[in-house]
Design a protein around this ligand. Structure first.
Ligand code: NAD
Length: 472
């Protein structure tokens, strides 16, 4: 599908939805902006600011109805959003994109997280409750443009905020469609227009406008090191979901079949674009070859070390001190990577894997694609040190397969990450259907919020009634 066809598909979907919804004209589709999509970032922020003035008068129950409308929109449009994402970004797999959209719709935490707290005593009654910040300036990644935007809309609107987005340029069409559909469904559920807005042609300049706009009260940023550093330089509160490079350590007590199956499911999911997905595997020497065999049994294709080097040469490059992956290789199917080194493989192959040393570009880069290095380590302690180094101090995600609870404890204490999994794929670590606990696409490691909920996007406020309304 070329650009013109893609644009026509978007317009056709929007037309169909508007007809089905029978939504009356509102300020959102008059004048500037098209259901929240604006040519100018300043207009996008102004519109979100006007929307905030109306939205802040709404009750928590009303916010629930409005965010439920976004959940419903996602379920109704999951197939076309998933297909469009793969067409536009060339990353990932359609079935996994659909699953991620369903997960964001079903499992993103909502207003139920905002439970007030009260204290009653001889001096009266104190009540802590939550108030919105205002307009949130939000940057979304190319790797899961729809689900991140939808998850962030739900958790940030649940807190009573409105949101102006600067989507990733390589996902601007699908993100504009999400904004339009979300506004249409929310208006139908009784919301004011423009609760969420975005700029049609996002660039680094529009991101700077968003960061520095006086009507943006809080920044919520998801992306690589560059965008996180830039946001953290802003004199505003920032919630930053930055990069990771999750290591897995497998010791000689581990269930190797389980480890291979779990890692295969998790690291191949949507071609490894998840920030929490395993990026390198350290295996204790005495069980190394057995583990490599189990990876093959799980359907993966083993590369020789020479092939790992050749693929690294094609896909990875050095920028200053860092190894990065070329955009053309992010989130690609294993057979596409295989083709680059002359292999003809089935589209069904989950991962390519092969032995490298611990300083190899495949280990130090956050590769986000269907190839994973496996490194021999002497013992548990050697593997722990190697894992610590490979994680680069991001403190994002790490996992271990072991039957020794003391080693698991030591691993999690030393790695000190926001997300750890023990004897399971890291995909299970951020909630959703495969894990436990609440889910979010925003794991704010650099700023310390961890897996975000609406509680991270509200101001805590207190009311104290002196000498009255006390029961004790
Ligand atoms: P990216 O850094 O290339 O882009 C993210 C966004 O930042 C885009 O909108 C881009 O236009 C913008 N941007 C980039 N440089 C900028 C700058 N100097 N100033 C202003 N804006 C800038 O990231 P990506 O490839 O879209 O996403 C992948 C990265 O995001 C990975 O590092 C991944 O680990 C991380 N990520 C983290 C989480 C988390 O929850 N911690 C979730 C998803 C993705």
């Amino acid at each position: 599908m070329n650009d013109v066809q893609l644009k026509e598909l978007v317009e056709q979907v929007v037309r169909q939805v508007v007809q089905q919804l029978d939504v009356p004209p509102t300020p959102a589709n008059k004048g500037k902006g098209d259901w929240g999509v604006f040519d100018d970032m300043n207009d996008a922020v102004e519109a979100a600011h006007e929307a905030f003035k109306l939205y802040k008068e709404r009750s928590k129950q009303c916010r629930k109805e409005i965010t439920d409308a976004v959940r419903q929109m996602t379920l109704d449009h999951k197939e076309e959003l998933a297909k469009m994402t793969v067409e536009e970004t060339k990353m990932g797999r359609v079935n996994h994109k659909i699953a991620k959209l369903v997960n964001a719709a079903k499992n993103s935490p909502g207003v139920e997280y905002l439970q007030p707290q009260a204290w009653s005593g001889r001096n009266g009654l104190a009540l802590d409750d939550y108030a919105p910040f205002g307009v949130i300036g939000n940057i979304t990644p190319a790797t899961h443009p729809g689900p991140t935007m939808i998850n962030n809309i739900i958790i940030q609107l649940a807190g009573g905020n409105t949101v102006a987005f600067n989507p990733h340029p390589s996902a601007k069409r699908v993100n504009a469609l999400v904004i339009k559909l979300a506004n249409q469904y929310m208006v139908r559920a009784g919301a004011p227009p423009n609760l969420v807005t975005c700029v049609k042609e996002p660039t680094l300049d529009t991101a700077k406008t968003l960061f520095n706009h006086e009507k943006v009260d809080l920044l919520s940023v998801t992306g690589g090191p560059e965008v996180v550093a830039m946001a953290m330089n802003c004199p505003k509160k920032v919630i930053a979901a930055g990069p990771g490079n999750p290591p897995v350590l497998i010791d000689e007590t581990a269930d190797l079949e389980l480890a291979a199956k779990e890692i295969t499911q998790s690291a191949s999911y949507d071609n490894n674009v998840l920030c929490i997905a395993e990026k390198e595997i350290f295996v204790v020497d005495s069980v190394f070859e057995q583990f490599m065999d189990e990876m093959e049994k799980a359907g993966n294709v083993r590369l020789t070390s020479v092939q790992m080097d050749a693929l690294a040469k094609a896909a990875l490059f050095q920028s200053g001190k860092h190894w990065l992956i070329s955009r053309d290789y992010v989130g690609r199917n294993a057979n596409v990577l295989g083709k680059a080194i002359g292999l003809s493989l089935s589209d069904e192959v989950p991962l390519l894997y092969g032995e490298t040393d611990r300083n190899h570009p495949w280990v130090v880069s956050e590769q986000m694609t269907s190839c994973i290095p496996v490194i021999r380590v002497k013992d548990f302690d050697d593997g722990l040190q190697a894992s610590l180094k490979a994680e680069h101090g991001f403190r994002h995600t790490a996992s271990i397969f072991t039957k020794d609870i003391h080693r698991a404890t030591k691993f999690t204490r030393v790695m000190d990450c926001d997300v750890h999994t023990i004897n399971g794929g890291t995909l299970r670590g951020d909630g959703g259907d495969l894990g436990e606990g609440y889910f979010s696409h925003t794991i704010a490691t650099p700023t310390g919020e961890g897996i975000c909920t609406p509680l991270d996007f509200v101001r805590k406020r207190r009311i104290m009634t002196h000498g009255a309304l006390r029961f004790t």
